[in-house]
Design a protein. Sequence first.
Length: 82
Amino acid sequence: MTEPGRTQRDIDPIEADVTAVIEACGGDARTAIRALLIEQLIQEQRIERLAAALSFGYVRGQIGVTAEQIKPKSLGAVGAMS
């Protein structure tokens, strides 16, 4: 149970963040979701670029090796070997 005088919003900091995002989007939840999805896409693209750069650096930039060639193999291929 919650303590007297404290609301659920005080206890759950994510609720305050949700409220702040919706308020930043003029109270429109659809616009808030759209903004968050766009930000997520941007972050995923950044991670992909960093992973490619790190992987390429890991093989010390061997000539003829591309980022596509050094991506880890899927786990599905491991299961097929059994």
